[in-house]
Design a protein around this ligand. Structure first.
Ligand SMILES: Cc1cc2nc3c(=O)[nH]c(=O)nc-3n(C[C@H](O)[C@H](O)[C@H](O)COP(=O)(O)OP(=O)(O)OC[C@H]3O[C@@H](n4cnc5c(N)ncnc54)[C@H](O)[C@@H]3O)c2cc1C
Length: 427
């Protein structure tokens, strides 16, 4: 993926993936390594995507997603830069109530017998590292062709297949098209698939912070009136591991640009007033980013010879760090459905194949969208009766280990009708 190639005149493929972000590129690896001829078209220059200033986010990769990445040979490359999340502490405002999750509480029989009792909830992985690992893997796969930067000018989908005319002059013929262009998916719009969406009137400020004391691989979610303030452990500097964290700081949309515009001292003062001093002195490392936050879901995730995956299908609040995890589950399900059909000699772009994918992912995605939306609405305000109910709720859940375990297994991506990759089986 690192070397953009000149578009050929006509390419024949089985699958055309439009959008080679983290989700689209993972699908390309899944299909490509199973021998499916795949073309990926992305408007962004791959070299620019790997630059430090492109994406400063780190993602909480749940155990289920880690299994997908392992099954696709991607995990080994990111492992050394992946920080395990051993403990999660949830607190709110100045309240003393907090919810405490310890990874050791999940495992064994009570945990469903899948997590061995000592496996972390997940890992924090910098998006840049994940992208690097994907690009390297794609370079090794002779079955995947990357056309980037390039764009689909016109996409025709008919009963026999898909034809894409590219801005760079090429043409692609495929059996199935996949839209993985993120929230603003043009392919989804052109297919007439409507979305329901709303803004939270919040922005997510993201930066990396170096701190004096080790984070001990504990993730903190601190609920403030403007929204959650998450402190997520990173491996950070290899010479001094455990002394850097990724911040996802939710702020009111009108205030976020003002905070972003502050000078170093001003920004640090705002940051410290929310972060506290439990990790000692703080220092911002590298650039800061600001993302508008909103929810969006597509009314359907399929159309004739077309499937939607990742943020093109569903985009959610980062409150529970689940957007990418949901996208990776789409990948595991779609790849399995396509490969099963192919092994039976069926047309992989047929409606029955795509319907299986849509049915499979619908419930899980809707549930997670509703959960992240509900959590954000419940916690991002300062109404007194709600605060009391929240505090009591947090304290009650903390005292109910079975309920805690249900929440934990859900967040770890180990619940429901799981694709083979998440069950540690080959595709
Ligand atoms: C602040 C923040 C923190 C988050 N933290 C987490 C977390 O901890 N854990 C988690 O699971 N999720 C997290 N998420 C969500 C996660 O980042 C997204 O769900 C994920 O990046 C979506 O990936 P994607 O590949 O579907 O879309 P994108 O990342 O949007 O990628 C889309 C790709 O398509 C390309 N493209 C766009 N338009 C076109 C076009 N017309 N033609 C061709 N290519 C096109 C783009 O160049 C890009 O490469 C977070 C989100 C935010 C905002």
């Amino acid at each position: 993926m690192a070397h953009p190639r000149k578009s050929p005149d006509v390419s024949q493929a089985e699958v055309l993936i439009i959008g080679g972000g983290l989700v689209g590129a993972t699908l390309a690896v899944a299909l490509g390594q199973s021998g499916v001829d795949t073309v990926v078209v992305d408007t962004a220059d791959p070299k620019a995507c790997l630059a430090a200033e492109f994406d400063g986010r780190a993602s909480a990769i749940a155990l289920g997603s880690q299994r997908v990445l392992k099954g696709l040979g991607l995990w080994r490359a990111v492992q050394s830069s992946a920080a395990p999340i051993l403990d999660i502490r949830v607190s709110e405002g100045n309240s003393l109530f907090f919810l405490h999750y310890d990874h050791k509480d999940v495992g064994g029989e009570a945990g469903g017998g899948e997590a061995g009792g000592d496996e972390p909830f997940g890992h924090m992985v910098e998006n840049r590292e994940l992208r690097k690992s994907l690009f390297h893997r794609l370079e090794d796969l002779g079955t995947v062709k990357i056309l980037a930067p390039d764009a689909v000018k016109a996409l025709k989908r008919g009963s026999a297949g898909v034809t894409a005319d590219l801005a760079g002059g090429g043409k692609i013929l495929a059996r199935l098209g996949v839209a993985a262009e993120g929230r603003g998916s043009q392919t989804r719009q052109d297919a007439g698939i409507r979305v329901t969406n709303w803004s939270y009137n919040q922005s997510g400020i993201v930066c990396t912070v170096a701190h004096e004391r080790c984070h001990d691989f504990i993730a903190h979610e601190h609920f403030l009136p403007a929204g959650p303030f998450a402190i997520l452990p990173l491996v950070g500097d290899q010479a001094r591991p455990g002394h850097q964290s990724s911040l996802v700081w939710t702020e009111r949309a009108e205030l976020a640009p003002k905070i972003m515009a502050l000078d170093e001292d001003g920004f640090m003062a705002e940051l410290k007033s929310r972060f506290g001093d439990f990790l000692g002195n703080l220092e911002v490392v590298g650039p800061k980013w600001c993302y508008p936050l909103g929810l969006q879901f597509a009314e359907r995730t399929i159309d004739q010879r077309l499937a939607l995956i990742g943020d093109a299908a569903h985009a959610m609040h980062p409150i529970a760090g689940q957007g990418l995890n949901m996208g990776l589950r789409d990948v595991a399900a779609l790849a399995e459905v396509v490969l099963d059909a192919r092994r039976l000699g069926l047309d992989i772009g047929e409606a029955t194949v795509l319907e299986r994918y849509q049915r499979w992912r619908r419930f899980d995605n809707t549930l997670m969208l509703a959960m992240t939306d509900g959590l954000n609405k419940l916690f991002s305000n300062d109404v007194r009766p709600l605060r009391l109910a929240r505090d009591l709720g947090l304290a009650a859940v903390n005292r109910l280990p079975p309920l805690k375990r249900v929440f934990m297994r859900h967040a770890m991506g180990l619940v429901g009708d799981l694709p083979r990759l998440i069950r540690n089986l080959p595709l």
